[in-house]
Write a protein that binds this ligand. Structure first.
Ligand code: ZN
Length: 77
């Protein structure tokens, strides 16, 4: 799913070929248990767009630098 073996890690936004700077870690509380973490990768320009899309659907989101793995995505406070 995520090509860390490749030289460039690409942004997950549709049509974007920029290299990813951020991991957008998220979870759908209706179908994922608390220890499940889905990951989108985002360039600087798409980070807020991807985060906003998930937040608008009520999904908890944790942003980390692209080389930092989030072990869980807690429910919003
Ligand atoms: Zn992008």
């Amino acid at each position: 799913m995520i090509g860390f073996g490749e030289t460039t890690v690409r942004c997950s936004a549709a049509g974007c070929t920029a290299s990813a700077e951020w991991r957008v870690n998220w979870r759908n509380p209706r179908i994922h248990t608390a220890d499940r973490v889905k990951v989108w990768l985002a360039c600087e320009g798409h980070r807020d767009q991807l985060t906003g899309y998930l937040a608008s659907r009520g999904f908890p989101v944790v942003i980390t630098p692209v080389d930092v793995v989030a072990e869980s995505v807690p429910d919003p406070a």
